[in-house]
Design a protein around this ligand. Sequence first.
Ligand SMILES: Cc1cc2nc3c(=O)[nH]c(=O)nc-3n(C[C@H](O)[C@H](O)[C@H](O)COP(=O)(O)O)c2cc1C
Length: 403
Amino acid sequence: MTINKHILLGVSGGIAAYKSAELVRLLKKQGAEVQVVMTQSAMQFVSPLTFQALSGNPVHSELLDADAENAMGHISLARWADCLLIAPATANLIAKLSHGLADDLLSTLYLAATCPVYVAPAMNQAMWNKTVTQENVETLQRHGVKLIGPEQGDQACGETGYGRMSEPVAICNYLADALENQNPSPVQCLQGLNVLISAGPTREPIDPVRYLTNRSSGKMGYALANAALKAGAEVTLVSGPVSLTAPANVQLIKVETAAQMYEAVMSRASDHAIYIGAAAVADYSPVIMQPEKIKKQEEQSTLILQKTKDILADVAKLDKHPFTVGFAAETHNLEVYARDKLARKKLDMIAANWVGKEQGGFDSEQNALHVFWEKGDKVFSMTDKTRLAEQLISLIAERFNTT
Ligand SMILES: Cc1cc2nc3c(=O)[nH]c(=O)nc-3n(C[C@H](O)[C@H](O)[C@H](O)COP(=O)(O)O)c2cc1C
């Protein structure tokens, strides 16, 4: 892939700043023209000379620099850029950008920029998980900033969790992909196809006021419905109870229980070219729904559960079955469980993701996926669910057309 664009790379003061030197090298190798802007803190971590040598351009760091203002002021630098990429983005910088502060060159450039902005956060996992940081990140996303990462793993400080900056090669690939798809009309890769998507949780009633459910928000399924629509598909969305608004142009079928979802999907699956099972369907449901509210009497109480019907496996077994894509949310042994589910249920593809306390997935704005099919796999690194859904829809269309 080539990036024949002007990239303005903002580097802020985190330990991952050293990785951005490699990022400049990779961007240049792909054909990009790169100019680097550093915060004062960033210059404590890596010398501007490194970025100057690698980018082939002088590094910018001063907002109130008379010489710099003559040659290339912050406005003209912002106009020069086809995109502003900030990597690493510190918690401090994210806080400043989300609140519109402009007290140094990089934050002022952000305000002056009219081009797309991409931010690759990098920080200690506790800093990343702090509510105020998450709120700032959400604000930036609402303002149209695209997030790249962060990733999960070991950190320079010795702790483990989310907050590692995405690897330079992943950032470079993400950017190449995003810039390629920036202006042209969306690729109509599912033009004329009927796509059936199930989304959200199910609710299994225990008595008139209680039910069993799970943490699924439906965000991924709804993002997939949007992405499939954008790709030209006719979309039917079978949705469990969620607090999301479905896209206007989908046929929305609202259900509550696993049995209702089974019925809604099975009765329609054969009329669709592709089925994406993104719902978190209950595996078990109470054998009996008590007609009256259960009273708090006994010290212990037993709920007898019955296995629910397997929607994915039964869709894949239909004589006229659609191209069937499942999801797997795992807390451990992701690849083993995902590949097992793929083979056992005879699916065409499975999109697996880690779930757990600090791993995105359920109810978060972001997710990462590892997608498997019989003879291959593809990793989509942590990004917002809208972008992830677009990437997954492209891959589904590609696999659908080659099988
Ligand atoms: C050794 C060291 C490493 C740091 N690493 C990070 C980091 O990875 N991410 C982060 O958000 N802040 C980190 N900080 C704190 C920032 O440097 C600090 O918040 C600074 O004000 C950021 O300035 P800037 O956002 O203008 O670049 C680190 C500080 C030190 C001393």
